[in-house]
Design a protein around this ligand. Structure first.
Ligand SMILES: Nc1ncnc2c1ncn2[C@@H]1O[C@H](COP(=O)(O)OP(=O)(O)O)[C@@H](O)[C@H]1O
Ligand SMILES: [Mg+2]
Length: 590
């Protein structure tokens, strides 16, 4: 091993860049945040080549004094905090003083700035370790930063950059988040010389409509709630306007767009009664909280936060949204009736796949395939796919007994030696799928089933980008997804266990989750959540008529599945009513 030495400044910055500047979109985010911190009222973004060739941000903010230009590019140099105490009250978006230094270390960067009291602007140019002296330049009051040829000097990093479309999609999303966060500021975004989005200062509702489209705005319910040191405002989609995917979910904490599990949970919870769990609300919400009660310094890109009193925050969000949703109940179509096709008015909110089978018994053989165990375990589970309506054997090695009938399209009634068993068929099936997916993934990868007819559909640029970025991770999950042009995806294979699910809805949901949390976290912490999402897609819908052999197959599957007593949302999947209880009900016996 060589001797220990201190790394050169440039290399230190390049290492830091690896953490903070993952791609052009991350550079754009940092530059935009700097402009907002400088009090800008109008911000222009120019991109070329998806941001790889050029990211330029021009603002009309405070500007940087000539003597501080070089310092702005130095590592750990910031004007935003000076002490630990400042850090605990931080109200600015930046404070780590490393963004510009990191970006400058992996690109050709030019910084031009002019303060209000200066007669002309000054410019410094950084290329690798070299930093020129400030030279006079022209610029109106404010700052312009041009970042060219990102990663030109770190080829290993450059290799990870994706297509121009993909990188642009990520930039556009970063821009959208910032534009949503500050409706009082004007923004314009151009790519390769074409204007892609332009907004003037406007009320929040108008900004949301401008950035996310009239669709969202039309179905949005305003949220406005405050209490003590915390306030929540913004808009959420009415249940009837919920979506099949997790698009358009934006949550800002003190102006910063974050992903937070606790927040996501509170929102889901608020919608629990009014939304089937394969629909997703859209929302743009701003939580304002005393900066002392939240730690923003937990993640280099500040995409996560930590609340001091997370329970109180959860409760606050839940109640605010719950209130909004219950007030709106009269005005909007309840979720249960929402996407029901006109032809089937009695059909609740389940997918059309379920609607088509309403009242029609499925061929047992086809149904049994739904329950097919992962191929590895296929050999020892022959009972699962036995489609013949055989009489129940009289032996008592089946704790859940044998099916008698289906009730209300939801429950399976079965008899065992103890009495009556009631099974929630959707919850039970979901649990079984979930455990099967888990053990398939434990055995390295979920087996894929090629689709006879590949599914081709329009998708948002970001979904296309995720499919490209996370190709390997998706393959491991049993998906074969490829971009089919800038706004389309083609799915050629899905997890064999989920072969009967709606491939498009399933794919979009999975892409969203992978994108939201990153493939590496999906592989670890978020894995089970993702598998839960997938399982839900495959699980049999309520109102689907089952034959007795199908019901028995489900009971046998439940017995063979670990933890099948609860669905993966924690609800029980079955309940026993003993003969004694029934006797008591009918005042029989002693
Ligand atoms: N657009 C801008 N307008 C005015 N000052 C800026 C701008 N961008 C950067 N600066 C100055 O450069 C410093 C370093 O920026 P940066 O590296 O992003 O660190 P941080 O934002 O964490 O302070 C900032 O603290 C700020 O003083
Ligand atoms: Mg910054």
């Amino acid at each position: 091993m060589s001797a220990i030495r201190v790394l050169p400044e440039l290399l230190i910055n390049q290492i830091a860049a690896g953490e903070v500047i993952e791609r052009p979109a991350s550079a754009l985010k940092e530059l935009l945040e700097n402009s907002l911190d400088a009090g800008a009222q109008a911000i222009g973004v120019e991109l070329a080549g998806g941001g790889v060739k050029l990211v330029a941000v021009t603002d009309d903010g405070s500007g940087i004094a000539r003597d501080e230009l070089k310092l702005a590019l130095a590592r750990h140099a910031t004007s935003k905090i000076a002490s630990l105490d400042d850090l605990e009250h931080v109200g600015s978006l930046g404070f780590r003083g490393e963004a510009l230094a990191s970006i400058a270390s992996v690109s050709r960067l030019e910084l031009t700035s002019r303060r209000a009291d200066e007669r002309h602007a000054w410019r410094v140019t950084a290329e690798g370790p070299a930093l020129g002296a400030p030279a006079p330049a022209t610029l109106a009051r404010g700052t312009r930063i041009e970042v060219r040829e990102l990663y030109f000097n770190t080829p290993a990093r450059r290799k990870f950059l994706k297509s121009e479309q993909t990188e642009f999609a990520h930039c556009e999303e970063a821009f959208r988040r910032i534009a949503l966060s500050r409706p009082d500021v004007a923004f314009v975004l151009t790519h390769n010389g074409r204007v892609r989005l332009q907004v003037k200062p406007q009320p929040l509702a108008a900004r949301i409509a401008a950035v996310l489209g009239e669709d969202f705005a039309a179905g949005a319910l305003p949220v406005e709630e405050s209490g003590g040191q915390i306030a929540l405002r913004g808009a959420i989609s009415a249940p009837a306007h919920a979506r099949g995917t997790r698009d358009a979910q934006y949550f800002f904490v003190n102006g910063r767009c974050v992903r937070d599990k606790l927040v996501a949970h509170a929102i889901r919870q608020a919608y629990a009664d009014v939304l089937h769990h394969d629909r997703h609300p859209a929302f743009v919400l701003f939580l304002d909280i005393d900066p002392q009660l939240v730690d923003v310094n937990v993640h280099p890109a500040k995409a996560e936060v930590r609340f001091r009193d997370s329970r109180a925050v959860h409760q606050f969000i839940f109640h605010a949204l719950h209130k909004t949703l219950s007030h709106s109940a009269g005005e909007t179509v309840p979720a249960a009736a929402a996407p029901a096709p006109a032809a089937a008015p009695a059909m609740p909110y389940y997918r059309s796949q379920g609607a088509m089978s309403l009242g029609i018994a499925q061929p047992a053989g086809a149904y049994a395939m739904l329950f097919a165990p992962p191929p590895a375990a296929a050999a020892d589970t022959t009972t699962l796919s036995a489609p013949t309506p055989a009489l129940p054997p009289s032996s008592n090695d089946h704790p859940l007994g044998f099916a008698l009938a289906q009730l209300a399209g939801i429950y399976i009634l079965a008899e065992n030696s103890g009495g009556l068993i009631i099974v929630d068929m959707h919850a039970a099936h979901e649990r079984i799928m979930y455990e099967n997916l888990k053990s398939a993934l434990d055995g390295r990868a979920i087996p894929m089933q090629p689709l006879l007819v590949p599914v081709h559909f329009a998708a948002e640029a970001l979904d296309v980008a995720t499919a490209e970025d996370e190709h390997d991770a998706l393959q491991e999950l049993g998906f074969d997804i490829a971009p089919a042009g800038p706004g389309a995806l083609i799915v050629r294979g899905v997890p064999a266990l989920l072969a009967d699910a709606d491939a498009q809805a399933l794919t979009l949901d999975v892409l969203h989750e992978v994108r939201e949390y990153g493939a590496s976290r999906i592989a670890t912490e978020r894995r089970n959540e993702l598998l839960g999402t997938m399982a839900c897609h495959a699980a049999v819908r309520a109102n689907r008529k089952l034959t007795v052999p199908e019901m028995n197959a489900l009971l046998r599957d439940m017995e063979a599945t670990e933890r099948s007593g609860q669905c993966n949302h924690g609800r029980p999947t079955w309940h026993q009513i003993s003969v004694t209880e029934l006797d008591r009900l009918f005042r029989r016996g002693g």
